[in-house]
Write a protein that binds this ligand. Structure first.
Ligand code: 13P
Length: 255
């Protein structure tokens, strides 16, 4: 049985005051919800103050990106030890915006995943096809290639979460149907089993991301291989994020 994980990727949003209000709302709402893990991933400048806001609650803190080296002359970058130092337990790696807007390739992402898990943090490794790739029937191949770029037996399975985020569904309001999401998740799980074996992989969480909203969260969460969500736009409003968390909780409770 996998505990669902609902993760909020804030992207480049929120000032300090806005962030405090958002986390305050989430904190109040998650108290009554059990059996769902909750993660917030604010931008870098908010990590330290948000670490204080979530201390002593069940809300975990993650970063949206990281540099693969522990320190050095890398202007504008932040390292894994720095993230651990402020209380992050998770780091998103390979988000489609990092791949497509910032040109991060598979080799780079492999080094990032490695750096994250070597420091004892959990990597939330994102994969997903573009619309052109889907229309060309290449979804499975693209996802398989992205997995094999960065996932090997050297990456401990208990420090890994995979997020399937079809690029065409991100920020577009065009969610993958539950069937489309399940199809790719059910493709990913045996690929991970090739690396880790079946039993270990049964415990590994595969999140869906791409226009997850309160209205579609329960249907997505009901899919057998969908183990939670990586939420963008809807995580910026406490009530919406909480509704997605509750949807995952009620599906978990019903199974
Ligand atoms: P949206 O939920 O805004 O589509 O963003 C998804 C995403 O990119 C989460 O990482």
């Amino acid at each position: 049985m996998r505990t669902p994980l609902i993760a909020g990727n804030w992207k480049m949003h929120k000032t300090l005051a806005e962030a405090r209000a958002l986390v305050g709302g989430i904190r109040a709402g998650v108290e009554g919800v059990s059996a769902v893990d909750v993660l917030v991933c604010p931008p870098f400048q908010l990590l330290l103050p948000m670490a204080k806001e979530v201390a002593g609650t069940r809300i975990m803190l993650g970063a949206q990106n990281v540099h693969e080296e522990p320190k050095g002359a890398f202007t504008g970058e932040v390292s894994v030890p720095m993230l651990a130092d402020v209380g992050c337990t998770h780091v998103i790696v390979g988000h489609s915006e990092r791949r497509h807007v910032f040109g991060e390739d598979g080799q780079r992402l492999a080094r990032k995943v490695r750096a994250v898990v070597d420091a004892g943090l959990t990597a939330v490794y994102c994969v997903g096809e573009t619309l052109d790739e889907r229309e060309a029937g290449r979804t499975h191949q693209v996802v398989e290639d992205q997995l094999s770029d960065a996932i090997s037996a050297e990456i401990p399975a208990n420090k890994l979460v995979v997020a399937y985020e079809p690029v065409w569904a991100i920020g577009t309001g065009k969610t993958a149907t539950p069937g489309q999401a399940q199809d790719v998740h059910a493709f990913i799980r045996p690929k991970l089993a090739d690396v880790y074996g079946r039993d270990t992989t049964d415990a590994l969480r595969i999140l869906y991301g791409g226009s997850v909203k309160p209205g579609n969260a329960a249907d997505l969460a009901a899919q057998p291989d969908v183990d939670g969500a990586l939420v963008g736009g809807a995580c910026l409003v406490a009530g919406d994020f909480l509704a997605i968390i509750s949807a995952a909780a009620s599906v978990g409770a019903a199974t």
